[in-house]
Design a protein around this ligand. Structure first.
Ligand SMILES: N[C@@H](CCC(=O)N[C@@H](CS)C(=O)NCC(=O)O)C(=O)O
Length: 209
């Protein structure tokens, strides 16, 4: 890839880690620019005007200067990096099935597992609002259901879309491998644990900060 790539990130974020892991597995150089989301650094007028009007990281910046383009949404950024690589299947059904798992990640997995990790590890249970407290149990139930589904699928398949890794695995790995930080025990999910070990053994794998 000829263009300079810069990740606007908070290193604690699993959504940002997806993009760093994709780049590492592909051997792509990726610069980073860090923000502290706990201090509202992605909500400044400058960030909203130039990087992401949605006020969130990750954002993949492609190119520099006035021609730079900004791509928010972790899974879109993984797709951009992995375009035409071995991390995206070529066959039509397999490619659509990969997207199915990435949409599942954003709807059924990340809003439950990543949010509980953020609340428990970074915000702190004692600091949760009454509204957040009321959401802990529903998110615990929904997150566990997502892990259960993944475990059953991985009983039949080495990776989410068959025998080789795709960006669906990267998307789901990011918050699954740290799910215990959100209070989700992984002991009951042997197939998830075996899949985590397979991903960590991939050439070029990098750990989350
Ligand atoms: N669907 C988005 C989620 C992005 C997101 O929720 N980012 C969080 C950190 S992981 C954030 O920037 N929070 C700061 C804020 O909302 O102010 C993605 O996959 O990239």
């Amino acid at each position: 890839m000829a263009e300079a790539l810069t990740l606007h990130e908070d290193p604690r974020s699993g959504n940002c880690f997806k993009i760093k892991l994709t780049a590492a597995l592909l051997g792509l150089p990726l610069a980073t620019r860090a923000y502290d989301i706990m201090k509202g650094e992605t909500r400044t007028p400058e960030f909203l005007a130039t990087v992401n009007a949605n006020g969130r990281i990750p954002v993949l910046q492609i190119g520099d200067g006035p021609d730079a383009r900004f791509l928010p949404e972790s899974n879109a950024a993984c797709w951009y990096l992995a375009h035409a690589s071995h991390l995206i299947p070529q066959e039509r059904f397999a490619q659509s099935d990969m997207l199915r798992w990435m949409f599942f990640e954003q709807y059924s997995h990340e809003p439950n597992i990543a949010t509980l990790r953020f609340w428990l590890r970074f915000v702190g249970e004692a600091n949760l609002s009454a509204e957040q407290r009321a959401q802990v149990m529903p998110k615990r139930i929904a997150g566990s259901a997502a892990l259960d589904l993944m475990n059953r699928h991985l009983a039949r398949s080495a990776f989410f879309c068959g025998g080789s890794v795709t960006i669906a695995d990267i998307a789901l790995f990011a918050y699954t491998h740290v799910a215990e930080e959100g209070g989700f025990g992984l002991g009951d999910y042997p197939h998830i644990n075996a899949w985590i070990a397979r991903i960590e053994a991939l050439p070029g794998f990098v750990a989350m900060d």
